[in-house]
Write a protein that binds this ligand. Structure first.
Ligand SMILES: [Zn+2]
Length: 113
């Protein structure tokens, strides 16, 4: 299992319908999303960068937007929930990307500026 973090840039604020979560106001700026993959890390990261995909994870609702850019990808050997909990930031959407968390994360998406 490898943990990764996506540094995501949203150039303008947006109100977005995130599946079952509903409409959320995302402020403009940078976000960190923490995820993990057991294998095929390359294809996972490639999928995050793709603008043409089925909406499966919460993060897809952001990354599919043409104006949203993934500016960096960081890798960690620790498990994703530990990395996420050590990441400072504001939680814009409780429950975002955290539906299968073992460590009661409130969100795997954090707004950092
Ligand atoms: Zn977690």
């Amino acid at each position: 299992m490898i943990t990764y973090q996506l540094l995501i840039h949203l150039p303008k604020p947006i109100s977005l319908n995130v599946g079952k979560i509903g409409f959320i106001d995302f402020p403009k700026g940078h976000y960190l999303y923490t995820g993990s993959a057991k294998k095929n890390m390359k294809s996972r990261i490639k999928r995050h960068f793709s603008k043409n995909k089925k909406l499966h994870w919460h993060i897809d609702y952001l990354t599919i937007l043409p104006q949203v850019q993934i500016e960096d990808v960081l890798y960690f050997s620790e498990d994703e929930c530990s990395v996420n909990q050590k990441t400072a930031g504001i939680i814009p959407v409780p429950g975002f990307g955290a539906s299968d968390c073992s460590q009661h994360c409130i969100s795997h998406l954090k707004f950092i500026e």
